[in-house]
Design a protein around this ligand. Structure first.
Ligand SMILES: Nc1nc2c(ncn2[C@@H]2O[C@H](COP(=O)(O)OP(=O)(O)OP(=O)(O)O)[C@@H](O)[C@H]2O)c(=O)[nH]1
Length: 253
């Protein structure tokens, strides 16, 4: 979905500007580098990824969304009394392979996963198959970030459609706990507060994991580099991820 955006507050203003090139380490915003929180929203088709982002950033729900190819939104938010630059990456959907063992995940999504510091994994409580996508999706994130803490939340969207529920709330909670994150059951359609609380929780987790701004920005939470960034290692890993995720636009994993 394309959100009407203010070009002065966004890096990219259209879905055509998805991460076609490696994203710069720091955005064009006049932010403090150590206060840059980057999160990506991932999930199956039609679960409400775009609706959630729109709700969070604008407080609005717009019923009709184009199938998105991914857009990056930047905002300043207040986190624990401090101004933080937030970037939110919307993504195209992922889907399970026929054998349900692997995941169809476009290369551009892999880039987003590599780029991000925090992860919103979304399913719809009315769609069991979207729920079954979450575990392989998390494992996929893990393959790209094989070690260390991964700030993540699990969001069960469309809680307004209780009669169509296919995924019990306790299953969502159990899964979230197994991933090491919090579970939020929300309705992008009906409620801003729940969505806001979920995103803010993740932003807080990311901010804390990055060191709260009192030290060097730790790009890649899994990388042990206490003093200075090892750019060679980062580049090597980035190239590794790109080459191992195939050369076509849709890559079975
Ligand atoms: N009832 C209800 N419908 C919702 C909710 N959130 C999103 N929708 C609807 O679900 C549909 C899909 O929403 P999107 O935000 O486009 O979902 P998406 O995950 O970005 O979809 P893809 O572009 O396929 O990846 C739209 O028709 C939305 O209006 C919700 O909380 N409740």
């Amino acid at each position: 979905m394309r959100l009407p955006v203010d070009p002065t507050t966004t890096m990219n203003s259209g879905s055509s500007n998805f991460l076609l090139v490696p994203i710069q380490e720091y955005p064009v915003l006049d932010c403090v580098p150590n206060k840059n929180v980057k999160i990506v929203v991932l999930g199956a088709s039609n679960v409400g990824k775009t609706a959630l982002i729109v709700r969070f950033l604008t407080k609005r729900f717009i019923g009709d969304y184009e199938a998105n190819t991914g857009a990056l939104y930047s905002r300043k938010i207040n986190l624990d009394g401090e101004q933080v630059s937030l970037q939110v990456q919307d993504t195209p959907c992922v889907s399970l392979q026929d054998d349900a063992e692997g995941l169809y995940c476009q290369e551009q999504i892999n880039r987003s996963i590599y780029w991000a510091d925090g992860y919103v994994l979304v399913f719809s409580i009315t769609d069991d198959s979207s729920y079954r996508t979450i575990q392989p999706l998390y494992q996929h994130v893990r393959r790209i970030h094989p070690a260390g803490n991964i700030p993540v939340i699990l969001v069960g969207n469309k809680s307004d459609l209780l009669r169509a529920r296919q995924v019990p709330a306790d299953e969502g909670e159990t899964l979230a706990a197994s991933l090491g994150g919090a579970y939020f059951e929300v309705s992008a359609r009906e409620n801003h507060e729940g969505v806001h609380a979920a995103f803010l929780h993740l932003c807080g987790e990311v901010s804390r994991a990055l060191g709260g701004g009192n030290g060097e920005k730790r790009r890649g939470l899994h990388l042990a580099r206490p003093k200075s960034p090892n750019m060679q290692e980062l580049k090597r890993r980035f190239r590794q991820v790109l080459s191992s995720k195939g050369k076509s636009s849709t890559t079975p994993l």
